[in-house]
Write a protein that binds this ligand. Sequence first.
Ligand code: ATP
Length: 294
Amino acid sequence: MTDLGDVLELENKITNHEAFGKPYKWSPRDFELGSALGRGKFGTVHVAIEKKTGYMVAIKTLFKSQLVKSKCERQVLREIEIQSHLKHPNILRLLTWFHDERRIYLVVEFAAGGELYKHLTSAPGGRFTEAKAAKYIYQVADAVEYCHQRHVIHRDIKPENILVAFNGDLKLADFGWSVHAPSERRKTMCGTLDYLPPEMIRREVYDVSVDHWCIGVLLYEFLVGKPPFESEGQDKTYARILAVEVTYPEHISEGAKDLISKLLRYQSKERLSLEAVKTHYWVQHNYEAVINKE
Ligand SMILES: Nc1ncnc2c1ncn2[C@@H]1O[C@H](COP(=O)(O)OP(=O)(O)OP(=O)(O)O)[C@@H](O)[C@H]1O
């Protein structure tokens, strides 16, 4: 099935969703809107409190006119459809959604720590300790493994798309680029330049293992403070990705290097499984150190 066919099928599902088109019981009046948490391409995110329960949430408001203008309606519908089915402690929960004439409201779990990217840039030396990086990579691998078991590829894993909960746990967010992986493998180019795997640069068909590559890039960025293939121009970045040209600063341990190098494999089939990431000796050893400290 083509990408478009896929999206149309999902759109059809949404318009047949029991909550769609009905004067749904949730409305903005159910929530006390608080301060703005940030701005995205299509609207603003506010912290809010559900009036009856006092439950704290985040509400993302999207303007329909802007979505239509940017031809992103389908992408957003896809994001809603996919995220509403994912229930995992390290995936940002979409609690409910509703819409009025002008806006779509997404009610999501509140992640009090904000973007992981900010945590990384403000950490000493702009990088995480190996213990923290191991905990985080375990949680991301567990969340992504859960997605893959449900045939969902995230395709855009990077620190900007991960939030931090009040208790310090990670919440994978931003499923705007994610897709339900059909049996046939896919060919669309997407994702962030620094995180693109070779098969996407070469515009070849790809599968869930694109996310394994991104977890390798993510771990490198956690430990070094910048992604491994970062270069001045796009062409240079592409060339370095295709050559899998990775250099490790001296402070990176052998265990971390071993794990990164087993994820950053040109051949997608050779990339370590997510189960193997979680049980990798470097992750286990360092994650235990964090648990004992907490
Ligand atoms: N659930 C949440 N809890 C806490 N802060 C959030 C939450 N969701 C979003 N934010 C904050 O609001 C900002 C904007 O989020 P949003 O998801 O709209 O945009 P984005 O992902 O940065 O951009 P884009 O529109 O390109 O996807 C985020 O950068 C983050 O700081």
